[in-house]
Design a binder for this molecule. Structure first.
Ligand SMILES: [Zn+2]
Length: 329
């Protein structure tokens, strides 16, 4: 009797129908479903909520190729884009109404184009009964990759602990979201990860890697490795645990907006992504085109630079970057 061949994971593509946002009739989008022979958790991987953020699109297409061999149990459902019109038009927002899809979850079937789009995807997400959602974004070409854990407004420590353990498994720097008051002010509970955590009460992660607008091979590899790390921690695969060279240890860290610029001028930064800084350290200066210094931005606390803005000329109110600061600070 010949030994039976081990059963392999299957990959199938299902065409989901999306509500129209342009009045041109519904469109179909491919959703990839990779299923292992052994039962296990269901993980959703979503990309390109912001239509100009490329890395997730490339990461999903790469994962679709690799997962059938790597998945040992459970199911992974992958969405290459949640904002197909933004992807084709290179816009962050949904072009039909210029709204941010990442402040529209879980959507509204009677709302505007962006809310209808969110509702269409949300309905599809629920159909798969997920145990975990990983949403792929990009920040700026001048950034280190990182993983964000949302705030749970009802304060479930069990859920946050679970999400943080999975975030650590990305091998990236882990940041908790803004403190609660600003989390609510910025409507982050209506971001995809925020809505998943707060509405479905399952863990969710946001991974930010690489530049916008084009596929950067290193950023795609970083995102793929971090997703495989999470799938392994969640019991769906057995890949080596990744550690990105930029990972900032210690913490717990939380996301903080960079110092706000007070004067218009050229932004010259003095601390680069991944660099630790101390209290009172010069992080940036604003210089006029006449060469005269207009402003010095000194840090009021210690932290780490996560990303710098993609701009040279800044005006009052612009943040000079995104930083990690200690949770209690
Ligand atoms: Zn984004």
């Amino acid at each position: 009797m010949s030994p039976s061949k081990p059963r392999e994971s299957t990959h199938r593509v299902h065409a989901m129908s999306l509500p129209t946002t342009t009045g041109r009739g519904p469109r179909e989008l491919p959703v990839h479903i990779v299923q292992a022979p052994k039962p296990g958790p269901t993980v959703l991987i979503t990309a390109n909520v912001h239509g100009d953020e490329a890395t997730g699109v490339g990461a999903v297409l790469e994962l679709v190729q690799r997962l059938p061999e790597l998945l040992t149990s459970g199911t992974v459902v992958l969405f290459p884009t949640l904002n197909p019109e933004g992807l084709s038009q290179r816009t962050r927002e949904v072009p039909a109404d210029h709204m941010d899809l990442n402040r529209a979850w879980p959507g509204d079937p009677r709302g505007g184009p962006t809310e209808r789009l969110a509702h269409g995807f949300w309905t599809e997400f629920l159909r798969h009964d997920p145990d975990l959602v990983i949403d792929l974004h990009t920040d700026s070409p001048a950034s280190i990759p990182y993983c964000i854990v949302d705030r749970h407004l009802k304060g479930s420590q069990r859920l946050l602990k679970k999400a943080e353990l999975l975030a650590v498994a990305t091998g990236l720097t882990v940041l908790r979201e803004y403190p609660r008051v600003r989390y609510v002010k910025y409507q982050l509970e209506r971001s995809l990860s925020g809505a998943v955590l707060n509405t479905l009460a399952i863990p969710s992660l946001t991974i930010e890697a690489g530049p916008r607008l084009y596929l950067d091979a290193n950023a795609v590899e970083t995102a793929v490795n971090s997703v495989l790390g999470v799938l392994t921690a969640a019991g769906l695969a057995a890949c080596p645990a990744p550690t990105h060279p930029s990972r900032v240890e210690g913490g717990p860290w939380r996301r903080e907006s960079g110092l706000r610029v007070g004067q218009a001028g050229v932004l010259i930064t003095h601390a680069q992504p991944g660099e630790h800084f101390g209290r009172g350290q010069l992080l940036a200066e604003i210089v006029g085109l006449d060469g005269v210094q207009r402003e010095r931005l000194l840090s009021p606390r210690q932290g780490v630079v996560i990303s710098l803005p993609e701009r040279t000329w800044v005006v009052a109110g612009i943040a000079a970057g995104t930083y990690a600061v200690l949770e209690g600070d």
